[in-house]
Write a protein of this length. Sequence first.
Length: 257
Amino acid sequence: MYPDYHMHTNFSDGHHTHDEMVYAAEASGLSEIGFSDHISLKPVAWAMDLKRLPELIDLIGHIQKKSNSVTIRFGAEVDYIPGLVDQTRNLIKSMPLDYVIGSVHFIDDWNFDTDINGYNGIDIDVFYRAYFRLIGEAAQTGMFDVIGHADLAKKFAVYPTFKMQKIYELCARIFSESGVVVELNTSGKNKPCAEFYPSVDLLEILHHYRVPITLGSDAHVEQNIGQYFDEAINLLKSLGYKEIIGFNQRKRIPISI
């Protein structure tokens, strides 16, 4: 089994404790997992209380020391918010992280990831362009090791009227030039879009630009750890990928597939 670097505990919007997620990973045969609870400088219910960061750091350090069969990595899923880059960068530096997933969940103050009512009456083409512009900006900040669920805009199966090829090409170039890894997030299969993030079309272009890939289930419950990973690995192989990326102390570890 390959590492699962995207999962949430009850420190943010997950339903289980760190220990419960470790036990589930052991039962699933995973040898390595990374915790990546939501961290956001916008006050949202699904992100962790930043006052609990010292508690989180101590807890993960304790779990790392006591875990024998599963290697534990300390990650975080951090929101990219324009105008708060310096604050975000300082927050990231304050934690002993193995990797940082950068995600975009907001267009201005609209949390498009959870507020489905916000789609009523909007121009979907404008929305898509705004989303992919922000994802590109996130990569260019240099703060993030990984770009999370890179085409999240499709979550609720709303799509633009134009072909996405040019935007995908631009994003892939930015990702390549910025040196980020892109996450193959398998949770999209459970959403209205019913496919991985990113789509096969985007993955093909990412491979052309030699953008490396890592894996994440985005599990919020223990049952979803490592979900669809066999399918994800087979897809990556079919596109020509030979490896995925692991992390340790912000350094990359290539893993053959």
